[in-house]
Design a binder for this molecule. Structure first.
Ligand code: PRT
Ligand code: MG
Length: 213
């Protein structure tokens, strides 16, 4: 009742979140990158962190296994965001959701000519909506990672993926042809927890809000 659990993923989200947690007076007692523990204690006896896959964070919070968490907009769109309170854009782990094609593929002409495109992506929901809005016919192929490979081996004409530096696209002779949306990570809170544990959650939310501004 008076304890709270925060769900985070390792890697870029944890790296960008640590300063925000610190602003709220919370510090993990172990580094999740080197520890194999999935539950990490913090300097606050009533606050613990659970380390899960980035795409699983909304699920833990939705079911109340975690009271709050941090997840990318990409992940939240695919999850659907049901029953999640999303009070704050943390402006961290920023990148862009983009359509990319092999250097030699004339995407613009293909679209103009009404060609049916095969698109490989982990982000089915986002891709479906984007191409429907554009009136482009697509066959979506679901992948779980390394989307950049798909056009190189003939699995797809195009991909929908996240781009930050653009180095991965460049290294695989792909070019971004369309920006679908800007992506950043948001704080998500379980609705019931927000009511029941407001005395603990509100100060964390306030500290995050101040730290982000
Ligand atoms: O890695 P895992 O399969 O466990 O899950 P994940 O990839 O969902 O998690 P993680 O930790 O890699 O990403 C967590 C969140 O970070 C994502 O949900 C995004 O909101 C955000 N983010 C920000 C990114 C990137 N930038 C990013 N560049 N997530 C992934 N990438 C990947 C991208 O998919 C591509 O393969 O990095 C590659 C491109 O990077 P550049 O710099 O070469 O353009
Ligand atoms: Mg990853």
């Amino acid at each position: 009742m008076t304890d709270i659990t925060i769900a985070l993923s390792k890697g870029r989200i944890f790296d960008d979140t640590a300063p925000l947690l610190k602003a709220a007076g919370i510090e993990a007692l172990e580094d999740p990158e080197s520890s194999r523990k999935l539950i990490l204690a913090t300097n606050q006896p009533n606050v613990r962190l659970v380390i899960v896959r980035a795409s699983d964070v909304p699920t833990y919070v939705q079911y109340g296994a975690a009271d709050m968490g941090i997840a990318g907009k990409d992940v939240l769109i695919e999850h659907g965001g049901a029953e999640l309170y999303q009070p704050l854009d943390l402006n961290i782990a920023r990148c862009k959701m983009m359509v990319a094609v092999p250097d030699g593929f004339d995407y613009e002409s293909a679209v103009q000519q009404g060609a049916r495109l095969r698109v490989a992506t982990k982000y089915l929901q986002t891709a479906r909506e984007h191409f429907a809005d554009k009136g482009v016919h697509v066959d979506l192929i679901k992948l779980y990672g390394s989307m950049e490979l798909a056009p190189l081996v003939g699995l797809a004409d195009a991909i929908v993926d996240l781009v930050s530096t653009g180095n991965t696209l460049k290294a695989n002779h792909l070019r971004a042809v369309e920006e679908i949306m800007q992506i950043s990570s948001r704080l998500i809170i379980n609705q019931a927890a927000l009511k029941l544990k407001q005395p603990i959650i509100q100060p964390i939310l306030d500290a995050f809000t101040d730290a982000v501004q």
